[in-house]
Design a binder for this molecule. Structure first.
Ligand code: HPA
Ligand code: ZN
Length: 338
């Protein structure tokens, strides 16, 4: 690898883990229309172009409204399978060798789709993608924080018969007004079931939500977490405990968490010694998959080859894998900078 990593080939050469992406956010407009036709679902958009034109977001909620509308075409197990396979092929193309995919069961069960349809379709894609492309893909079930904790508990209980098909739980959807502490009991129950714990915090919400995610929910990683920089003590805590932060630069740009990528906090996070990673969040909606996020961020922040290795290493350090698998990933990374 050369001393600067600003061109496409180099980014693609680097094996990496993606730890923050919502599989429903990988639904491209073309696939939304294909599934709508297949399932006789009427969309409030006349064409792929009209749908894409609606992707002009001003904040998280303006995105979520369209994201939930897009997910309404998912009805059958094959739909979930097709969506996940499309993402996994794309991730493999970007040299993502390990991915942890979020899914939102309540978005589907609220429309009458059974949870086994969701989990079995996504899990079958994980198995087939491993066989086809060698990519390791696992699932993390997210609770929608705009709904009640009772609904989250019901969702966990409905999912537990399929416990072997997902590795952890997370917390997503509208952040402000729905602090992590609202979900203390369901996270305790998830931990008791041996699940790994993550939560979105500090995307639009204040640093206090990151503290709560750590100290009330006991999460092992923070999703986004970019607002941690507003609180020095919090940065020290995140650095000391090596709590990974799964940062999503193009998402932050599109949802106006940052006004300009050149002002994106990722570089400051790395300089503060934080275990930050780059991820795509909702690639079909925010203008790009993994490598597009890397390339745009490297160009905007003048990141170097050293930063690239740090970011890839952080992604493997933060992955929910056993130590033998982690050592294997790090060895694969080492072959590209020796
Ligand atoms: N934030 C919160 N919830 C989400 C997101 C996000 O970026 N994407 C999908 N659900
Ligand atoms: Zn997210």
């Amino acid at each position: 690898m050369k001393s600067t990593t600003q061109n496409i080939q180099n980014i693609r050469d680097i094996p990496k883990a993606e730890l923050h992406m919502h599989i429903e956010g990988s639904l491209e407009p073309e696939l939304i229309f294909t599934l709508a036709m297949r399932n006789n679902v009427t969309l409030p958009y006349a064409s792929v172009e009209a749908l894409r034109a609606a992707y002009a977001f001003t904040n998280l909620q303006s995105f979520l409204d369209i994201y939930y509308a897009g997910a309404s075409v998912l009805l059958k197990e094959q739909d979930f399978y097709d969506m996940a396979m499309a993402y996994l092929e794309r991730a493999h193309f970007d040299n993502v060798i390990h991915t942890e995919m979020f899914f939102d069961p309540q978005t589907h069960t609220e429309r009458g789709v059974a949870i086994d349809v969701v989990i079995n379709g996504l899990h079958r894609a994980c198995v087939d993608a491993k066989q086809k492309w060698g990519i390791n893909a696992v699932l993390i079930l997210c609770f929608l924080r705009h709904l009640s904790e009772e609904s989250a508990i019901e969702t966990l209980q409905a999912a537990l018969p399929y416990r072997d098909k997902f590795i952890g739980v997370g917390l997503d959807s509208s952040e402000v007004g729905h602090p992590p502490e609202k979900f203390a009991r369901v996270f305790a129950m998830s931990k008791a079931a041996g699940l790994r714990l993550v939560a979105h915090a500090g995307e639009e919400g204040p640093p206090a939500y990151i503290w709560q995610a750590l100290d009330v929910l006991g999460v092992e990683r923070i999703d986004h977490g970019v607002r941690c920089l507003e609180d020095e003590k919090l940065v020290a805590r995140l650095a000391k405990d090596r709590i990974p932060l799964t940062v999503c630069p193009l998402s932050n740009l599109k949802l106006r968490v940052t006004p300009d990528l050149r002002q994106h906090p990722l570089k400051k996070m790395l300089d503060a010694g934080l275990c930050a990673t780059i991820n795509s969040d909702d690639p079909a909606y925010f203008g790009g998959y993994m490598n597009t996020n890397w390339e745009a961020t490297f160009a905007a922040l003048n990141l170097t080859a050293t930063d690239a290795v740090t970011l890839a290493r952080n992604s493997f350090e933060a992955a929910f894998v056993d130590e033998v698998t982690r050592a294997g990933y790090l060895a694969r990374l080492a072959t590209c900078y020796d």
